[in-house]
Design a protein around this ligand. Structure first.
Ligand SMILES: NC(=O)c1ccc[n+]([C@@H]2O[C@H](COP(=O)([O-])OP(=O)(O)OC[C@H]3O[C@@H](n4cnc5c(N)ncnc54)[C@H](OP(=O)(O)O)[C@@H]3O)[C@@H](O)[C@H]2O)c1
Length: 277
């Protein structure tokens, strides 16, 4: 039986991924900042689940989580994320989107990488196309724009997922890294932004969370996905069934990915010692 760790599994796509994998026989760890909400979801799942506390907007919580995780996992799904939220900062002073969605996932993965046997799946978004990796990563010196901040974090997710795969392969590891994106799916995160801008970006009717979870499930379980991105096969990758998708040219920029990696190590204090095993 395989073990899968899903971050942000107390709602939306993460809950759906946890449900499907647990009901298919996996042991699923729901790693969530709200353990009551996570326990309520776990209670509805007909399978083996465990709830653990993890706040990706707080490096000390990520360290505690990693220190206390008692075992290895087969699959780590970096799903948790904030979407289009007003300007805010994490416990460590990072802008909320980049801090939670990228730096949190980067730190968690780095602390667990020697304990992930099969693969790391990182959830990005079609809105990565809006993103640029700014010198001012934390939006301290320009007017804050929430969807551009989200776009930056989701571009960072892709740069990270691809770079992680290159580094794992170069180190001779068998663990793979895969990116996934759900298209547009009706979840709390997607509904929370009721601005016209948010609705326009969501682009038409959303598919169900069950459909949105499919690319993540495909990335977590199928062969032949190493170093790729899985997304929906429909128009503009907004809806449909999972397939390997092309992401922006910027997301495949290896120099940008390497620079972001060094910066993420510096900011989080988490260093990946991949070559040393
Ligand atoms: N829905 C879409 O159309 C869509 C499109 C593209 C990409 N995505 C991506 O899909 C992923 C899941 O989003 P969703 O649509 O399922 O939204 P959601 O229902 O809002 O779920 C987001 C999850 O992330 C968790 N989370 C947020 N901040 C966290 C933190 N600091 N520490 C730990 N967990 C945290 C949330 O926990 P709380 O309940 O405690 O807030 C929640 O469980 C995200 O990465 C999102 O960017 C979604």
């Amino acid at each position: 039986m395989s073990t899968v760790l899903v971050t942000g599994a107390n709602s939306g796509l993460g809950a759906e991924v946890a449900r499907v994998l647990a009901e298919a026989g996996a042991e699923v760890i729901l790693a969530c900042r709200d353990v009551d909400k996570a326990s309520a979801v776990a209670d509805t799942i007909d399978g083996k689940t465990e709830v653990r506390s993890l706040d990706l907007a707080d490096l000390s919580s990520i360290h505690t989580f990693a220190d206390e995780l008692p075992r290895s996992v087969d699959v780590l799904v970096n799903n948790a994320g904030v979407m289009g939220v007003p300007r805010g900062t994490t416990a460590d002073g990072f802008e909320s989107h980049i801090g939670t969605n990228h730096l949190g996932a980067f730190a968690l993965t780095g602390l667990l990488i020697d304990r992930v046997r099969d693969r790391v799946v990182t959830v990005s978004s079609g809105l990565h196309v809006l993103g640029r990796i700014h010198d001012d990563l934390n939006w301290e010196h320009r007017r804050y724009q929430r969807w551009l901040a989200y776009g930056q974090s989701k571009l960072a997710n892709l740069l990270f997922a691809y770079e992680l795969h290159r580094r794992l392969s170069a180190a001779g590891r068998t663990t793979i890294s895969v990116a996934a994106h759900p298209g547009v799916a009706a979840t709390e995160g997607q509904r929370r932004d009721t601005s016209i801008q948010g609705k326009l970006l969501a682009g038409g009717p959303a598919q169900t969370p069950v459909m949105g979870a499919l690319p993540i499930l495909y990335a977590a379980t199928e062969a032949g996905v190493a170093g790729t991105c899985v997304g929906p096969d429909g128009f503009l990758q907004r809806r449909g069934h999972p397939t390997l998708v092309r992401t922006s040219r910027r997301s495949r920029d290896t120099a940008l990915a390497a620079a972001l990696w060094e910066r993420s190590e510096r900011l989080t204090g988490v260093r990946y010692a991949l070559a040393s095993r």
